[in-house]
Design a protein around this ligand. Sequence first.
Ligand code: SAM
Length: 264
Amino acid sequence: MAGEPLIAPGEVWLVGAGPGDPDLLTRKAERLIAGCDILFHDALVGPGVLALAPAHVVMVSVGKRSGRHSKDQRSINALMLAAARSGMKVVRLKGGDPSVFGRSAEEVEHLAAHGVTVRICPGITAASAAAASSRVSLTLRGLARRLTFVTAHARAGETLSLDWRALAAADTTLAFYMGRGSAGEIARNLIAAGRRADTPVMVAVNVSLPNERIIRGRLDALSFLVATISDDDPTLLLVGEAVGVPAGREPVQADQTISMTTTI
Ligand SMILES: C[S@@+](CC[C@H](N)C(=O)[O-])C[C@H]1O[C@@H](n2cnc3c(N)ncnc32)[C@H](O)[C@@H]1O
């Protein structure tokens, strides 16, 4: 019920912070942030969201960005467990939705194994926010019957190990998280597996934040489209026919998109 305290002492809530804009938080997330004693947050949580925490809340940054770890997962688990055991009301704030590439399962498992009650508050994932910002629909009657969230994160020196044939199906919208560094490899593999070279793509950077950028183009130009984006800017890659059809407009023709040739 709205108004009643949501967190009991010794409990942990994993809370989705959405893509960055505090107006995209759920009301429940806002109440949890206001009602906790200690808040562990990732680097991707927007400054406007963190600013909602009252002055008495202990803020702990456990974020990692571009491979630079500030705390490893074991340390994060141990810190949250210690805070819960001391009777604090704990919020673990994660960018987007905790269940989408958020390692929430590991944290829930660790805390539950030690008898701590863990609850989850969902958030708006980056793909939904990018679709809203750019006025596209991720699924589209007749064009996109499937939506696939893919992590394109590969350890340094490793190639992506993905089922490219399945991903190349023409009726699928693909949302690649953590894919900026692998953009060329993604395009090359999708085209080799049968996806059309002129498939519409969208590169969505810092979605919902004041420095948001949406870059449109076609699949064979993907590595060019990401070339000016810095390592620190969260970037989502969307691929698929639906991405080329902004709501309320006629489908974008291949010759109207940013068309670049590149060696990929
Ligand atoms: C570790 S994943 C976490 C995803 C998050 N749980 C979600 O649901 O959006 C981090 C990746 O999400 C994407 N991402 C998160 N926030 C974003 C934003 N505001 N703009 C663009 N991409 C974002 C980027 O691909 C980033 O590398």
